[in-house]
Design a protein around this ligand. Structure first.
Ligand SMILES: NC(=O)c1ccc[n+]([C@@H]2O[C@H](COP(=O)([O-])OP(=O)(O)OC[C@H]3O[C@@H](n4cnc5c(N)ncnc54)[C@H](OP(=O)(O)O)[C@@H]3O)[C@@H](O)[C@H]2O)c1
Length: 242
């Protein structure tokens, strides 16, 4: 894999682009306003970066989806068929609006993405670390300061490919479950952004628009424990239904 497509060129999309370029990948970045609006960013990123449409980005080996959740329905349902898609999205009602489907028992944001993009090989990931920590905590393989990123997917081969990609970017990634389990790393869960903060309490009380407080490495053991500690009130298991 040498070429990454990124749909969304904001905080998270640009950060992933910079890490991927540093790791030797080619990157195609896209947004809603068209390639022309990305000219200065692309010039800054260098010759292995290109601007395109979401359809251009969708031709890459791995596609990172880094747009507001509320924008997902505006993209064509067949855009990502057959593609490995890293779904970095989170639900922020103030930004995305209320999404009725998310109030169904057991619903997840990655389930919405998977339902919308027919045939996409969705891997939930990159959603549970704030962009500045993703930028700052990347480390070479073997570094004692390496951080870990959690992934969830129904597609083991896609998960393995994304683990390799994130390893190249500077992270020890691991798959903790399926898309149905991905609520464990959604907003307000213990694994959501807090493990990477030097002071989790400062991170927890951060308001929108405030500077990102300093980050600190988070080991696989620590992130796994945070994922396992999540509790969901509305989860419906097969046993509950019987
Ligand atoms: N910020 C973080 O630290 C962080 C960390 C992890 C996950 N996330 C999640 O990642 C997603 C993106 O967050 P962000 O902070 O990077 O947002 P952002 O800075 O606001 O950037 C959003 C990007 O999405 C593009 N976009 C919006 N609608 C689009 C559409 N219909 N088609 C193509 N591109 C579209 C925007 O392009 P235009 O400007 O041209 O509209 C922009 O480039 C959100 O779900 C967020 O919760 C964010």
């Amino acid at each position: 894999m040498t070429r990454i497509g990124i749909i969304g060129a904001g905080n998270i999309g640009e950060t992933v682009a910079r890490l991927a370029l540093a790791a030797g990948y080619e990157v195609v970045l896209s947004n809603s306003r068209g390639p022309g609006s990305l000219a200065s960013l692309i010039a800054n990123l260098g010759p292995r970066a290109a601007a395109g449409t979401p359809a251009d980005a969708a031709t890459a080996d791995v596609v990172v989806l880094a747009i507001p959740l509320g924008a997902i329905p505006s993209l064509p349902a067949d855009l990502l068929a057959g593609r490995i898609v890293v779904d970095a999205g989170n639900h922020y009602p103030d930004r995305d609006g209320a999404i009725v489907a998310l109030s169904a028992p057991g619903a997840t944001t990655s389930g919405l993405v998977s339902d919308h993009f027919l045939g996409a090989r969705v891997v939930k990931g990159l959603n549970s670390i704030v962009w500045a920590h993703l930028r700052d905590l990347a480390r070479a393989p073997g570094s004692p300061e390496r951080s870990a990123l959690p992934l969830a997917t129904d597609d083991a081969a896609a998960g393995a490919e994304v683990v390799r990609f994130l390893d190249d970017l500077g992270y020890d990634a691991f798959v903790y479950g399926t898309l149905a389990d991905s609520w464990r790393t959604e907003r307000d869960r213990p694994a959501y952004c807090l493990p990477y903060a030097a002071d989790p309490e400062v991170m927890r009380s951060r308001q929108a628009g405030e500077a990102v407080p300093p980050g600190a490495p988070a080991s696989t053991e620590r992130v796994r424990a945070a994922v396992a500690a999540a509790v969901r009130d509305d989860a419906v298991t097969p046993a509950d239904r019987s």
